[in-house]
Design a protein around this ligand. Structure first.
Ligand code: GLU
Length: 547
């Protein structure tokens, strides 16, 4: 009996060879410098910001080098499968304009290296496992859960390095005859990789972010095929898929760094060249005076749905992540404000290797800037699209009168120094409600220095009687004249010299005009607001203070 017999017994229906697959999936004919990257999420129904950051790096590297960015659905852990999880991933990539060059979605396969869904690749994995068994680099393991628990407990109590290695790898010592007999007997088994490594030996490994590392060789006989569904584990699927799909750069979280030695040994066992690895650091957040890992459980911002629900423009989220992806991104962006982030050349050496601090305040700043540069049409389109999914109230405001809504968005827009008060689409309603009579029902007026009711009504009445205008050239002069008439300094210099000579200054008067019209002390340009509201509605709101 030989290893070949064992392989044949386990996989009698597998007739293809690795060479057959190599012919089916020939090496890609792309330029030498072109990178092939992949986003390989597990469909768990949740998109973590750290995974999304990796997808951005994948996308940027592929675009930088005229390469390929593909999506692979890593669904070998079928117990964790959730309905709609794949849609969530695809929608997210599409929303962010990061549609992969190759993917498989709803019976549509784009690209020649599929299936891109791991559960559909069983025959491929089995072919590769069959090969490993036949060369003596993989074997069936019959250990039961109880036996493995016992082993773990023993290792813990003796403080021995955990895992199925060395003397603990019981089943690697079974003879082929015994293995064949037990399989014929119907005993349940998994397939394990047979490691040739020595944990006490080190090898050189270059991580593109962390640089040269000296890692211990792997000596664990890891499971490569599970018993229940005969699907491979992550470690094995990674090696087979990234080889056949021609991945040049694997970008993944640093939690995988500790498994690299396994992956390298498996690539070696097949005689394949391993890809380059970019292990991304954890995303951190400030929590009081310390920083900690962004947590799926505690922090809503760990999920990409947070940003969609609040209505951040996708570019703001991408830019904010770019600032932690490369430390020189912000500087580059400042110097090239009109260029796309895809023109930025990603450099793994410029990525923090210890942890990437993500700052929501910074996201707001970036977002305010981006929204301030949108035309009113762009902001209208984007915010309307958002409202249809996330806000019935904003949606009905917009649909009532789209042109009126646009005129409000247009205040202090499309100019050299545009307004920067909107960070996300969910802010909009709270910033424009006072422009709508049916929503305008203030309970609180943010008066400034002038709070006396009689004084307020005098300012408003005098304004409407004598100084009201909608002409933007004239508007502020009229407010100054009003100030002069009522004993407020119209000139700030005069006021500063002799404050006691005046009741206040023109800013106090303007504040009364602003607050009486909007209830807010901070609004964009008041003259533009007045122009949109029109004289009748202004009179109605002002006269309510002096009737
Ligand atoms: N499916 C793995 C995960 O979601 C992918 C890791 C990788 O990119 O290789 O963590």
């Amino acid at each position: 009996m030989t290893n070949k017999d064992l392989a044949e017994l386990i996989f009698p229906d597998i007739n293809k060879t690795i060479e057959d697959y190599e012919k089916m999936y020939p090496r890609r004919t792309i330029e030498e410098s072109a990178a092939v990257t992949r986003f390989a999420p597990s469909p768990t129904g949740y998109m973590h910001i750290g995974n999304f950051m990796q997808a951005i790096i994948d996308f940027v590297i592929a675009k930088n080098t005229n390469g390929i960015f593909y999506l692979r659905n890593e669904d070998t852990d079928q117990a964790r499968q959730i309905d709609g999880a794949v849609e969530l991933i695809m929608d997210n990539l599409n929303d962010y304009n990061m549609t992969p060059d190759e993917y498989e979605f709803k019976d549509q396969v784009i690209g020649n290296y599929g299936p891109y869904i791991q559960s559909k690749r069983k025959e491929i994995y089995h072919t590769f496992i069959k090969h490993l068994i036949s060369i003596g680099r993989a074997y069936p393991c019959f250990c039961t859960k109880e036996e493995l628990d016992e082993m773990r407990e023993f290792q813990e109590s003796r403080k021995v390095r955990p895992g199925y290695h060395g003397a603990f790898a019981k089943c690697r010592k079974l003879s082929i005859e015994e293995q064949i007999e037990r399989i014929k007997n119907g005993d349940a088994y998994v397939i394990r990789f047979k490691s040739n490594g020595d944990f006490d030996r080190k090898f050189r490994f270059i991580d593109e972010v962390k640089g040269l590392l000296m890692l211990n060789e792997n000596d664990i006989d890891d499971i490569i095929m599970k018993s229940d569904n005969q699907l491979p584990t992550y470690h094995f699927a990674h090696v087979v898929d990234d080889y056949l799909m021609g991945t040049t750069h694997v970008i993944r979280g640093e939690e995988w760094l500790s498994s690299v030695s396994k992956h390298i040994e498996m690539f070696d066992a097949f005689g394949f060249k391993a890809p380059k690895y970019i292990h991304t650091p954890l995303i951190l957040k400030k929590d009081g005076n310390s920083t900690r890992k962004i947590s799926k459980r505690k922090d809503p911002e760990a999920s990409m749905s947070y940003y969609s629900e609040l209505g951040y423009p996708t570019m703001a989220v991408v830019e904010s992540l770019m600032t932690i992806i490369n430390s020189n991104y912000e500087q580059w962006h400042d110097a090239n404000p009109d260029k796309s982030y895809l023109d930025f050349e990603y450099n793994p050496k410029k990525m923090s290797s210890s942890g990437a601090l993500y700052d929501l305040m910074k996201l707001d700043d970036i977002s305010k800037n981006i929204i301030s540069k949108m035309t009113k049409e762009e902001l209208y389109e984007d915010s309307y699209k958002w409202s249809k999914k996330y806000s019935d109230s904003l949606k009905s405001i917009i649909e009532k009168d789209p042109e009126y809504y646009k005129s409000i968005l247009n205040i202090e827009r499309e100019q050299v120094k545009p307004r920067k008060d909107i960070a996300k689409y969910s802010d909009i309603e709270g910033l424009i409600w006072y422009m709508y009579d049916d929503l305008y029902n203030p309970t609180d007026y943010e008066w400034g220095n002038v709070t006396d009711k009689n004084e307020i009504s005098k300012i408003l009445k005098t304004y409407m009687d004598k100084y009201f205008t909608l002409d933007s050239e004239e508007w502020f002069n009229k407010v100054k004249e009003l100030a002069d008439e009522l004993g407020y300094a119209s000139n700030m210099k005069d006021y500063k010299k002799n404050p006691d000579n005046y009741k206040g200054n023109v800013a106090d008067v303007a504040t009364v005009l602003r607050v009486a019209l909007t209830s807010q002390s901070r609004t964009p340009d008041l003259c533009q607001i007045m122009n949109i509201l029109g004289k009748d509605r202004i009179l109605e709101r002002y006269s309510s203070f002096y009737k």
